[in-house]
Design a protein around this ligand. Structure first.
Ligand code: FES
Length: 63
């Protein structure tokens, strides 16, 4: 599914970018261009960021 129509950015691309460390709209804007034209995709982008960060484990292996 497309998150950003202006730049043809898909939900999968946003999820991958979040996994790669772009965990806010500013970072995703620089990396993928989301929100840099009409801005209608910002809310959907925030929802994908939230869903993806919730899906990541909140612990780190120490040893
Ligand atoms: S839909 Fe993303 S900037 Fe327009």
């Amino acid at each position: 599914m497309y998150v950003c129509i202006c730049h043809a950015v898909t939900e999968k691309q946003v999820r991958q970018a979040v996994d790669d460390g772009a965990t806010d709209v500013k970072s995703l804007k620089q990396k993928l261009g989301v929100g840099s034209e009409c801005g209608r995709c910002i809310q959907a982008t925030l929802e994908v960021i939230q869903a993806q960060t919730d899906a990541q484990p909140r612990y780190y292996e120490v040893a």
